[in-house]
Design a protein around this ligand. Structure first.
Ligand SMILES: Nc1ncnc2c1ncn2[C@@H]1O[C@H](COP(=O)(O)OP(=O)(O)OP(=O)(O)O)[C@@H](O)[C@H]1O
Ligand SMILES: [Mg+2]
Length: 233
């Protein structure tokens, strides 16, 4: 099956070439752990290196914030946005307010599908699922139905996607997200001396062999980098 880059070169090597094309990755971890940066890098690297187009939906970040913070990295984000290679598609709060899981085909998921078609997107990021999860915490079965819709619809059109959410402990919506996703990557802060190091661990990769354990990473001018020489700890 065809592989696509995770956006992080060291990781692609570790897992034998990247994510499976059309797969859904649940990227989780505490606030500030690097989820948004990774997901934006997932889009920008694909645009810069393979001329792919991607869509970033900032459910709980303002467009201005994400564009501004992406300018800190060597990603040429403004140029990519101008050329529709990375489209930041902002859904207004009213879209979420009107969100009705019983009418999936008539609301935002349908609109999403039309944007994917319009720019011929191969990648999609939803940052983050938290507002929907909070809204549906008493209706996890409906949230699961939405997830199944997203994973099936993206697989059908080969759009590799990342769904982001912080860790919420034992929430049923979080469990649904873990079950529905093909891949789960957890970011963490690991104590080292009187400080912390950034790490990620792969908790699930359907159909692929992958290492277990924690891999350190850093955030610098190029975004997130992993040293493949440094083994999982
Ligand atoms: N230019 C940069 N260079 C180095 N580190 C940076 C840079 N920009 C941001 N960071 C680090 O990344 C962190 C923010 O990462 P990010 O926004 O991806 O977190 P997140 O997991 O999405 O958090 P949240 O759940 O709150 O949205 C900052 O707290 C900072 O430590
Ligand atoms: Mg974020």
């Amino acid at each position: 099956m065809e592989r696509v880059s995770t956006g992080i070169k060291g990781l692609d090597e570790i897992i034998g070439g990247g994510f499976l094309k059309g797969s859904t990755t649940f990227l989780t971890g505490p606030s500030g752990s690097g989820k948004s940066i990774w997901s934006m890098q997932f889009l920008t690297m694909a645009a810069l290196e393979s001329d792919e187009s991607g869509i970033y939906i900032p459910f709980d970040e303002t467009t201005r914030n994400i564009t501004q913070s992406s300018c800190n990295f060597d990603w040429k984000i403004n140029d990519l946005a101008e050329r529709n290679k990375v489209v930041i598609y902002r859904l207004k709060p009213v879209d979420l307010h009107n969100f009705d899981p019983d009418k999936i085909e008539n609301n935002l998921l349908n609109r999403l599908a039309s944007v994917i078609k319009k720019i011929d997107a191969t990648r999609l990021v939803l940052d983050s699922m938290l507002p929907i999860m909070l809204r549906m915490q008493d209706e996890p079965h409906k949230f699961y139905a939405i997830l199944q819709y997203i994973t099936d619809a993206t697989k059908e059109v080969n759009v590799t996607n990342m769904l982001l959410a912080p860790q919420m402990g034992c929430s049923l919506c979080e469990t649904a997200l873990k079950v529905a996703a093909d891949n789960i990557i957890e970011l963490s802060f690991e104590p080292k001396g009187n400080s912390f190091v950034r790490c990620f661990s792969i908790k699930k990769m359907k159909g692929l062999d992958h290492p277990l354990g924690k891999q350190c990473f850093s955030i610098g001018k190029k975004g997130i980098t992993v040293d493949p020489g440094k083994k999982f700890i």
